[in-house]
Design a binder for this molecule. Structure first.
Ligand SMILES: [Zn+2]
Length: 308
């Protein structure tokens, strides 16, 4: 082999290795920030994690995308609380909020809605085989659940359809902090899982029920921590999007017409996010979802185990 080819190959291999290491580090990097004395948020690749610390250990809300991240979350939560993990809460079934669970001890209390557990079993069964099954939700509820750890109260509420039809929000009562899961994306276009019962049409009314709760700070599913005003801004965006759906139905718009004629300006400054080859969350995506729901072009996932 000529010398320059060998050199080019060596450089290419090095470049790939650096990219892989950089990609891996980026994928596992966790950024912990304080919200109140006893509530922290962990940012990383995937949904935001909430950590409540008490005198008897920690409550962790969501666990991100990879088992390796789950291990980092477990470590950070134990360090913050100076004690064990008392419970995990999963806000919904998506892998970027649940796949870190198996890094936690098998048999840890894992709370979710019944729908979330049903979707995990129906749509993600392969991942939850073997030892991972030990951290599937093992305490489920339909609409509301409250539990205490030491002197802290954790209220879980399924406020209605939006991102899916099984999402819950978490209220850390004494700290007045709300973790919304993916019912709220701050400053970015949301994923709308119509197949799993999500709804553009009902999303704003669902946020109305969330806004009735007592809280000051908000940990969104994605994007930086904010406040009630931030959540209201997102609600305005969802209302506009629902309006595009209604108009599409009323005027028998094609998707192209909905994109062209629909009025949407509450998304000013929203970021586009993408999972390569899987999903691109941008303006075209959310308009298409609004149009598909309103014009009845959605194939809902059947849940044999779901209760009415
Ligand atoms: Zn999600």
């Amino acid at each position: 082999m000529k010398k320059w080819i060998r050199r080019a190959v060596a450089i290419a291999v090095l470049a790939i290795a650096i990219a892989a290491i950089f990609g891996y580090r980026r994928a596992t990097e966790l950024d912990v920030a304080e919200v109140t004395d006893d509530v922290h948020v962990i940012y990383g690749l995937g949904g935001n994690v909430g950590v409540l610390t008490t005198d008897r250990g920690a409550v962790v809300v969501d666990t991100m995308t990879f088992r390796s991240q789950g291990a980092g979350i477990l470590e950070a939560a134990q360090r913050l609380a100076g004690g064990p993990i008392q419970a995990i809460v999963n806000t919904h079934y998506h892998f970027d909020h649940t796949h870190g669970n198996p890094a936690f001890p098998s048999g840890t209390t894992v709370v979710s809605t019944e729908k979330t557990l049903a979707y995990l079993k129906q749509l993600d069964a392969d991942y939850w085989e073997g030892d991972a099954a030990g951290t599937l939700p093992n305490q489920t509820f339909l609409n509301e659940r409250e539990f205490k750890v030491a002197d802290k109260t954790v209220r879980l509420i399924h406020p209605g359809r939006g991102h899916t039809d099984g999402d819950l929000v978490v209220l850390f009562v004494e700290d007045r902090v709300l973790h919304t899961g993916d019912l709220y994306f701050n400053g970015r276009y949301p994923n709308i899982d119509l197949e799993a019962g999500g709804s553009v049409q009902e999303w704003a009314a669902t946020i109305d029920r969330v806004l009735q709760l007592d809280f000051d700070r908000v940990i969104p599913g994605h994007g930086p921590v904010t406040d009630r005003e931030g959540l209201r801004q997102f609600q305005t965006f969802m209302r506009q999007l629902a309006g595009i759906g209604e108009q599409s139905l009323r005027n028998a718009w094609t998707l192209e017409q909905a994109e062209r004629e629909g009025v949407l300006d509450a998304d000013a400054g929203y970021q586009t996010q993408s999972i390569p080859f899987v999903l691109k969350l941008d303006r075209a995506f959310v308009v298409r979802r609004a149009w598909e729901e309103a014009t009845g072009k959605v194939q809902r996932i059947e849940l044999p185990e779901a209760k009415p």
